[in-house]
Design a protein around this ligand. Structure first.
Ligand code: MG
Length: 306
């Protein structure tokens, strides 16, 4: 497989639109850790193992970049055309599988548990991204990208709407959290978990919405928080000061929680997703089409990342 034993160093191109971005922008060099994916997505940092997992969706594999050796290897193949990943509160990896149209969890003993594959007897479309709240509820999005062609799954008719789902932490039961998205995609909670941000990546929308999360897990509100200024938003993460670091066609965009676009990090390829990692949680890992990039930033993830 194509691999890079020593990262390629590129000049990092930052652009600031607001003085508040000065403290959180990062290094002058951008590392390209790996080159050779067809469509890179779904990164998750696994702190106990000091490695990053990410998806190469069309190639039907999940890759693993090891921080200790700097080497990349195959973690899972076939992966069910896996897309988004996250960690739950027990350090287990959750995976959104396009082709198998389900959300699964890798258990500590090596077995796999199906979290969700249908809603009231109707198959899901192609789960895209997933996040776990501290009450252990699991939230995921289910657009149709994985069933539109044979590229990232199996082409098929949708049996169900394009919804955001919540899996109850006690009963495991699935409920529709929101049903008015065209193509729900990346999602993440604010630090206090009282706000859930969800991207609608359909080209007719291209925005991120903010929902208030009630004590019972019910969502309200849902106003547009930000509209992407270049391409569409896909995956994103929230840092420990509630700034939003999101993917876009020209790189990574950083938003203040008040909705201001603070600045950008330009990446030479279309970015689909990113996550924080490393021992201090201040390295940004960026999945950009054919490559995995890494850069230190002046921001870091909340204590629990996923
Ligand atoms: Mg996505």
């Amino acid at each position: 497989m194509t691999t890079i034993d020593r990262p390629e160093l590129l000049d990092a191109e930052w652009e600031s639109f607001d003085d508040r971005f000065q403290t959180c922008r990062g290094d002058r060099s951008l590392k390209r850790l790996y080159h050779g994916t067809r469509w890179a997505e779904g990164p998750v940092w696994v702190p106990a193992g000091r490695y990053l997992l990410w998806s190469d969706i069309p190639a039907d594999r999940v890759l693993r970049w090891d921080e200790i050796t700097g080497r990349t290897s195959v973690f899972v193949q076939p992966s069910g055309n896996a897309n988004g990943h996250t960690l739950d509160r027990d350090g287990r990896v959750l995976s959104c599988e396009h082709r198998n149209r389900r959300v699964t969890r890798f258990e500590h003993d090596g077995s796999t548990t199906v979290i969700a594959d249908d809603f009231r007897g109707k198959r899901l479309n192609s789960p895209n991204d997933v996040v776990v709240r501290s009450d252990r509820s699991i939230w995921f999005t289910d657009p149709t990208y994985g069933i539109q062609s044979h590229l990232e799954g199996d082409r098929s008719e949708s049996e169900i709407g394009t919804n955001v789902y919540r899996v109850d932490p006690v009963t495991g039961e699935l409920a529709i959290a929101v049903d008015d998205f065209v193509q729900p995609n990346g999602l993440a909670f604010s630090v206090d978990e009282r706000t859930l941000y969800v991207v609608d990546s359909d080209s007719s929308r291209g925005h991120m919405r903010a929902f208030s999360v009630g004590d019972d897990g019910a969502l309200s509100g849902g106003e547009v928080f930000a509209t992407c200024t270049n391409g569409i938003f896909d995956g994103f993460r929230v840092d420990d000061e509630d700034r939003i670091w999101t993917s876009a066609a020209d790189g990574v965009h950083c938003y203040h929680p008040d909705g201001t676009l603070l600045g950008k990090l330009y990446i030479p390829e279309v970015v689909a997703n990113l996550t924080f990692g490393g021992a201090r949680r201040n390295q940004l890992f960026i999945t950009g089409t054919t490559s995995l990039y890494q850069i230190h930033v002046g921001a870091r993830a909340p204590q629990l990342i996923g």
